[in-house]
Design a binder for this molecule. Structure first.
Ligand code: FES
Length: 332
């Protein structure tokens, strides 16, 4: 069958332009095999990264039909299903290929990964055993302790999550899902003795876990099922368990939200603003910052003077209790 590859090509600092290549392919061909064919038979100047061809090295991450993925993992059949589920063999299909987002392009599909590695370095991605006696041979772990590291240990640092990250797109200080998934691995590793300092470091609304917008795209695209957002949420839980609600606005936000929902089944937003932003009337600056919004709502007749608890408050409470109990059982 014939497929047209619409590839976004670009040299550093120049305007990107799509170039089309139509080739004969087999539905089982991987996208990487097709790119190789284009490079070897049609245009040797097309530039992309590859190495293992077997979803191990992470080199071939790029955007395929609008989402970040590994070119050696995705195949023609899977990609065409998205575009034309009923397409016959004689149709000409199209697959759009572009470089990863959130990283500057060097050439065509090759991006400069410097920021990605620098962000990873920020979280100190190595086991710290500074103040311990180093065993003669190795630190031993039980199978259960080791099991906690498996999911995050699968990360191949391909950059797919980083490319899709909405938080990274708007906040260059945010270290990215790859780094924060790794941070959970370090927090939970029984050989590391720096947990307290790590949690302090990751407890940041700018660069750390609270900078995540919880869009779930990192979970969606991760080719190794690392589920970065889930790992970020676990780090948040560790921080929430150690800090009280006066520690910071993000922590107060989570704690107040749970308390209000537990009390009434849903959020009384009048209280929410005063408790979170105004820190229970202690933060005058915070209160003044939400005053214009309150006034605006009042003038528009949208300020709620009454609040009634949800009819399902008992069920909501039971649900929250069950989740909290489940979380603490999993930790133990
Ligand atoms: Fe190594 Fe695709 S070439 S992951």
């Amino acid at each position: 069958m014939k497929v047209t590859f619409k590839i976004l090509r670009q040299k550093s600092n120049s305007t990107p332009q799509f170039q089309n290549y139509t080739i004969d392919v087999d539905p089982n061909n991987t996208i990487l095999e097709c790119l190789n064919k284009i490079k070897w038979e049609l245009d040797g100047s097309l530039t992309f990264r590859k190495n293992c061809r077997n979803t191990i090295c992470g080199s071939c991450a790029m955007r395929i039909n609008g989402r970040s993925a590994l070119a050696c993992k995705e195949n023609i059949a899977g990609e065409l299903k998205i575009i034309n589920p009923n397409g016959g063999e004689n149709n000409i299909h199209e697959i759009v290929i572009s470089p990863l987002n959130n990283l500057p392009v060097l050439k065509d599909l090759v991006v400069d990964m410097s920021n990605f590695w620098n962000d990873l370095e920020t979280i100190e991605p190595y086991i710290s055993s500074n103040s311990r006696n180093i065993p003669e041979k190795e630190f031993l772990q039980t199978p259960d302790q080791r099991k906690l590291l498996e999911q995050t240990g699968n990360c191949i640092m391909c950059g797919a999550c980083y490319s899709e990250c909405n938080a990274k797109e708007v906040n260059s200080h945010f270290v990215g899902p790859h780094a924060l998934a790794k941070s959970y691995r370090l927090v939970t590793d029984s050989r590391d003795n720096n947990t307290e300092q790590r949690l302090e470091k990751y407890d940041s609304s700018d660069s750390g876990v609270w900078g995540c917008t919880r869009c779930y795209l990192c979970n969606e695209v991760c080719p190794m099922d690392v589920a970065p957002l889930d790992q970020i949420s676990k780090v948040k839980s560790e921080i929430l368990a150690k800090k009280d609600q006066n520690s910071s606005l993000p922590i107060r936000h989570r704690k107040v939200l749970i308390n209000l929902v537990k009390k009434d089944g849903w959020i009384d937003e009048r209280k929410f603003g005063v408790m979170v932003v105004g820190n229970y009337f202690r933060d005058v600056k915070g209160l003044l910052s939400i005053a214009p919004l309150g006034l605006h709502l009042l003038c528009a007749g949208k300020f709620p003077f009454n609040f009634e608890a949800s009819e399902g408050v008992k069920e909501v409470r039971a649900l929250i209790d069950a989740v909290q109990k489940d979380n603490s059982t999993m930790k133990n």
